[in-house]
Design a binder for this molecule. Structure first.
Ligand SMILES: *Cc1c(COP(=O)(O)O)cnc(C)c1O
Length: 406
């Protein structure tokens, strides 16, 4: 059976994790700080905080900006539930938008009409690793007419003076937009290092700060790091440094979102080989699939490169022309029976009970629904060699022949 997305656990990872364990320091410490520094170098942004998940990172960012009851946050309907859940955790309302037919990313042409005096934040999602249209988003939110609508309710909101752009970049570490890395495209960018993501620390995430003047990103980093450690003004490592440095204060009732050095140990190895090894390999797999499916008139290829963007090649979201949801499900069943694990990214949120219950209706998101109905995500992982890629392609083609073309 070809798996969908196993992690790359080799001797290098095991050696670094073991070294962290033998070092006597396993929670947040030197390895986490080094990983943060390397992430800043990778993305060229001024400060990055590692956390225990992208979900935690998104919520910390919203909390830092003071998003709460009565506020609205614009998100795409086509995403993983985390994007909406963090907004709900803060007591705010997710305002969902439909997506582009060709890229699965938020349809920026619909943003302006959804902005109200309550809008505090937009969370674009770089689906499959392809960056959303950030230039267009900034053009909209900094337009005088839109900016005048913004109602600041606290110091950070007054300082920014406009809607916050918070990127859900769970898929897009290493992607490029107009030549820039994803950590530099908006105010705050959150990455995921969950086990199935491009770079993994088992569970984990990072918040890349790139706030404009007059914000001091290092100060925002420090504030969020305290906010993510119960509001405690010294972390565990600081308390062990100096002779009797045991006393601390709790500055606010914070959360518990810090990354451990065991996670960071994996991250250090993964990031070192990320650009030249991991991303190259994923790109090759995408190219293999592109080449095979380009010759089939029933296949709609996912967009991984445009004149503006290069993807991080996270998910290969193949679509099958003119099939309905039931046929897609039957195809997936057939592909599995041929020994290949595939997946669907994603069920648009209004199809899920929690969001239906809140009143979201799939009929309001026809493009998201249409894209979902005929989507099949193919395996992409480091050890998927060209022979295995062929097996995947042939399984899809054979399943199509049996189910659709018989
Ligand atoms: C995986 C994922 C998340 C959540 O990441 P975690 O690190 O598991 O919290 C958020 N958004 C999207 C689009 C994802 O795919």
């Amino acid at each position: 059976m070809i798996p969908f997305s196993p992690p790359r656990i080799d001797e290098d990872i095991i050696a670094e994790v073991t070294a962290a364990m033998r070092s006597g320091w396993i929670t947040t410490g030197p390895r986490t700080r080094q990983f943060e520094k390397m992430l800043c170098e990778f993305n060229q942004n001024p400060a990055t905080l590692c956390v225990n998940s992208a979900t935690a990172g998104l919520e910390l960012a919203l909390r830092w900006f003071g998003v709460g009851p009565g506020d609205e946050v614009i998100i795409p309907a086509y995403t993983y539930c985390a994007t909406a859940n963090v907004v709900l955790h803060c007591g705010a309302t997710p305002v969902m938008l439909d997506v582009c037919p060709d890229t699965f990313n938020i349809d920026v042409s619909q943003i302006e009409e959804k902005i109200s005096a309550c809008t505090k934040c937009i969370i674009p999602v770089d689906i499959a690793g392809l960056p959303a249209d950030y230039n267009k988003i900034y053009e909209i939110i900094t337009h005088e007419k839109v900016q005048r609508k913004f109602t600041a309710r606290n110091a950070n909101q007054r300082k920014l003076g406009r809607i916050l752009v918070l990127s859900d970049a769970a898929h897009s570490l290493g992607a490029l937009y107009h030549g820039k890395p994803t950590g530099l495209l908006c105010d705050i960018t959150v990455f995921s290092f969950h086990a199935v993501k491009n770079l993994t620390t088992a569970e984990g995430g990072a918040i890349a700060f790139n706030l404009p003047e007059p914000f001091n990103n290092t100060e925002v980093y420090k504030y969020c790091s305290v906010l993510g450690l119960h509001g405690q003004n010294k972390d565990a490592l600081e308390k062990t440094q100096g002779k009797a440095n045991w006393k601390y204060d709790i500055m606010m009732p914070g959360y518990k979102t810090n990354m451990t050095d065991i996670q960071a140990a994996m991250g250090l190895v993964e990031l070192k080989r990320y650009k030249n090894d991991t991303l190259n390999k994923r790109k090759q797999i995408f190219e293999h699939y592109h080449k095979y499916f380009d010759n089939r008139d029933w296949a709609i290829l996912p967009i991984s490169n445009t004149p503006q963007c290069e993807s991080s090649y996270h998910v290969y979201m193949l679509r099958i022309r003119d099939i309905d949801e039931q046929t897609r499900d039957a195809l997936i069943h057939e592909i599995f029976s041929l020994g290949v694990s595939v997946n669907v990214h994603f069920q648009p949120l209004p199809l899920l009970s929690a969001f239906k219950y809140l009143g979201y209706r799939i009929d309001d998101f026809p493009v998201a629904y249409g894209n979902y109905c005929n989507e099949i995500s193919l395996p992409v992982y480091y050890d998927l060699n060209s022979e295995l890629c062929n097996t995947v392609c042939e399984a899809v083609a054979e399943a199509y022949k049996r189910i659709v073309a018989q």
